[in-house]
Design a protein around this ligand. Structure first.
Ligand code: ZN
Length: 448
């Protein structure tokens, strides 16, 4: 027998995108050092995983730690949700330097995260901020988000600036992430409804419509092709866009597509009574959209799941039109997708790790360090007990957000233990992590 392992996760069902095998995982020096037959590995510590699934550490590629959860709180909430890596959007607002924001966040998150993290940049003044890209890439940040939406809010990147950024990002070997909704079309529709004094809560999906998303997804990916820049589309929400993705896939494009639990598990009909609490961007749409998204997940049209965790301070009585877009999600993401996906027979555990870990790690260029249970990878492990029954409530969440869109939802299956680089962060549903543990991960997005 080789040298003794620090930690052995014993007798679990190890989940891979292509198989599930019964076995042991051995960790030494923070890395996966051995894989063995069930019950065979010996270590200084043993954590039993009989009857549980053992996932590689899950990755949330879409988090916003600047609202009710800061960098520390978001990482903590994410760990409870089974994540060992979060990839935050480090937006540079107008007048800010992207380089400076990246440097500040690396320092602050490095001192406050209990799990590992990487960063996406994000531009609000794309023409100017894009000139900082070479310096930003040297900091280990290789994906940058721009908004085709929110023109009136002043967040929109027009096609001229988008193409410039894609040109530079493509040449540097990175990836453009695009919030794809047609901002000017949406502004016109909103202005029209404002003039009619329309009930915005009742008509929310009309102000963030499927066709405005589908059009912008097509445009973003084609502009990416034009500039030889891989494109990542976060938070896809509609059946029309699934059709566009099917076409884009048929062209063999270098593009990646994410969807989120709120679009896979909710409809606006169910949610509208909660008023502004359910206001997220893009809007949550209809049952037909939800069904098409699941068909897309099953059919391999989507690459990743992301939470778009952006818990905003709002109340059900707030003015709907003025209320901000965004809600919590990082902690409930796995549970909701497990319940709606695996629980209802739409997908299996292998799809969960494919879209929550391996695909995400490959696209972000942090594979094989992250994303798969194999020797040499970081010792990131999630133990998930498929037999535990519980109910989602804001009261049992660890986010600082006082609400959840999934209040009262019954879930069969629960994260029990989360290990990041060999260190238990959650153990048998007790927090055992430390806020100085998390490390920055430089990315090489879309480089495979
Ligand atoms: Zn977005």
């Amino acid at each position: 027998m080789a040298e003794k392992l620090d930690l052995v996760i014993q007798n679990g069902m190890l989940v891979y995108p292509e198989k599930i095998i019964l076995g042991d995982v051995g960790i030494k020096g923070g890395k996966i050092a051995a894989l063995g037959k069930a019950g065979k590995l010996k270590g200084s510590r043993v954590i039993g995983a009989e009857g549980s699934y053992v996932f590689p550490g899950l990755i949330d590629p879409h988090t916003h730690p600047v609202y009710l959860d800061n960098l520390e709180g978001l990482a903590h909430s994410a760990a409870w949700g089974g994540m060992t890596t979060v990839i935050h959007y480090a937006y540079a607002k107008p007048g800010q330097s992207q380089l400076k924001i990246i440097q500040e966040w690396k320092k602050e998150a490095g001192e406050s995260s209990c799990i590992d993290f990487a960063l996406h940049g994000g531009f609000f003044e794309t023409l100017k901020q894009a000139d900082e890209l070479p310096d930003c890439f040297r900091e280990g940040v290789s994906s940058y988000k721009m908004f085709m939406a929110y023109a009136k809010l002043g967040w929109m990147t027009d096609d001229y600036a988008l193409v410039k950024a894609m040109d530079i990002i493509g040449r540097l070997g990175g990836m453009a992430s695009v919030h794809a909704e047609n901002g000017l079309a949406i502004d016109y529709i909103q202005d029209k409804l404002l003039a009619e004094k329309a009930d915005f809560a009742a008509r929310f999906p009309e102000t963030s419509p499927d066709l405005a998303e589908a059009e912008a997804v097509f445009r973003a990916v084609y502009l990416g092709r034009l500039m030889k820049c891989p494109v990542y589309i976060p938070h896809v929400s509609s059946a029309e866009t699934v059709d566009v993705i099917r076409f884009l896939r048929s062209k063999g494009v270098r593009a990646f597509f994410e969807t989120c639990p709120q679009y896979l598990a909710l409809t606006w009909d169910e949610l509208k009574k909660q008023g502004p609490m359910g206001k997220v961007g893009p809007s949550i749409k209809t049952q037909k959209d939800q069904d098409a998204l699941w068909a897309g997940v099953r059919g391999g049209l989507f690459d990743t799941f992301g939470s778009d965790h952006a818990p905003k301070d709002k109340k059900p009585t707030d003015d709907f039109f003025k209320a901000p877009y965004g809600g919590p999600g990082v902690e409930t993401m796995l549970s909701v997708i497990w319940q709606e996906g695996v629980g209802r027979g739409r997908i299996g555990p292998c799809d969960i790790v494919r879209m929550f870990a391996e695909n995400t790690a490959r696209i972000m260029g942090i594979f094989p360090r992250k994303g798969r249970i194999q020797t040499g990878a970081d010792g990131d492990i999630v133990i998930f007990d498929p037999g535990q029954k519980w109910t989602i409530s804001a009261a049992n969440q660890h986010s600082h957000c006082p609400y959840t869109l999934f209040e009262g939802k019954e879930i069969l299956g629960r994260v029990t233990t989360v290990i990041c680089r060999g260190k238990p962060v959650i153990e048998e549903r007790e927090f055992t992590g430390s806020k100085k543990h998390g490390k920055f991960l430089p990315t090489k997005a879309a480089r495979k």
